[in-house]
Design a binder for this molecule. Structure first.
Ligand code: DCP
Ligand code: MG
Ligand code: MN
Length: 331
């Protein structure tokens, strides 16, 4: 699902590509999230590095490149390939698992389980639908559509429909499309909608309460024939499908109390690697940051009350992290 960081002037494109291939292998086949993230972080660092890396030693000086990855870079630079990569490519399990995990709802563990029961192809999946849950069945049904990126213009039009609809319920609702769209990308993998309302605060907003509001919004968008399927609907998060033009699109909606809005918008804007970096930085400054709150961790090690946050920038300032506009967060 993750592709190599696309950067027109990426001088280390070939290195990034092999690192991403290794990262996908670690996630999909080995289910090793730690290595998956390590390879992805290194790839993202190399992608934004302004010069061509000419040795592993040079690469190792950069953020997120360790000695093992440095060795692989040396091997790749001197031989044009990697033994490990050749082995991975020759292993029949790799292709099957990589394909199966492209179905929405099928993760690495489920893919392995399916592989072990003899399933290799989408055709096999169609013949074994009894082995799939509701989400995975929808993922299979819309396999081709979900592989397609969503043009920015289409998201803009969907944004208008969602805003018009939801403000019919109550004009005070605040709606922001987050994810890669908010980071200014020309196309996105899905549509990430964040909803809040000034009178809904975390103290007053029970789980039941937010679940009701979210359900109300989803039902309305179903009535408007925008939402076509539900993958999951919880108290704070809807995952589903919408259709505006020809293709079915993945749509995520999160609802957040107003006092947690800026932590939510920061989280939901991403990227996920950027969030990891920023959270790690927060911890170094004795703060714990998540999609709900920013809290100071005192000498007891227990996080205190949420810091009062009135903008995204407040969060950066509080942990002394240089402010990045959304378009600068695609690392
Ligand atoms: N997110 C995160 N960690 C995850 C998954 C998501 O921090 N494991 C956050 C950051 C993401 C945001 O949620 O930017 C939205 O998740 P998406 O998977 O929709 O990712 P993007 O919108 O960034 O990219 P895409 O264009 O592929 O949807
Ligand atoms: Mg997204
Ligand atoms: Mn999403």
């Amino acid at each position: 699902k993750r592709k190599a960081p696309s950067n027109e002037d990426n001088l280390n494109q070939d290195l990034c590509e092999f690192l991403i291939e290794l990262s996908n292998y670690e996630r999909n086949v080995n289910r090793n999230t730690f290595k998956y993230n390590a390879y992805r972080t290194a790839a993202s660092t190399l992608a934004s590095h302004s010069t061509r890396v000419t040795s592993g030693k040079e690469a190792q000086k950069l953020d997120g490149v360790g000695d093992k990855i440095a060795k692989k870079i040396d091997e790749f630079l001197s031989t044009g390939t990697l033994k490990k990569l050749e082995n991975i490519r020759n292993d029949s399990i790799t292709d099957s698992i990589n394909l199966l995990t492209r179905v929405s709802g099928i993760g690495p563990a489920k893919a392995k389980q399916l592989f072990d029961s003899g399933i290799r192809t989408l055709d096999d999946l169609h013949k074994n639908q009894d082995k799939l849950n509701h989400h995975q069945l929808i993922g299979l049904k819309y396999f081709d559509d979900f592989e397609k990126k969503i043009p920015r213009e289409e998201i803009q039009e969907i944004e208008t429909i969602i805003k018009e609809s939801v403000t019919q319920l109550d004009p005070a609702y605040l709606i922001t499309i987050c994810g890669s769209y908010r980071r200014g990308k020309n196309e996105s993998g899905d549509i990430d909608v964040l909803v809040t309302h000034p009178t809904y605060v975390s103290k007053g907003l029970s789980t039941k309460n937010s679940a009701f509001l979210l359900k109300q919004i989803v039902h309305l968008l179903e009535e408007k024939k925008l939402i076509t399927d539900t993958l999951s609907l919880g108290a704070v998060k809807f995952m589903g499908v919408c259709k505006f033009k020809d293709d079915a699109r993945r749509l995520d909606i999160r609802i957040t109390p107003f006092d947690q809005y800026y932590c939510a918008i920061l989280y939901f804007t991403g990227s996920d690697l950027f969030n990891k970096k920023m959270r790690a930085h927060a911890l170094q400054k004795n703060f714990t940051l998540n999609e709900y709150t920013l809290r100071f961790i005192g000498c007891t090690g227990v996080p205190g009350n949420p810091v009062k946050i009135e903008s995204e920038k407040d969060i950066f300032d509080c942990i002394d992290f240089p402010f990045k506009s959304p378009s600068e967060r695609s690392v």
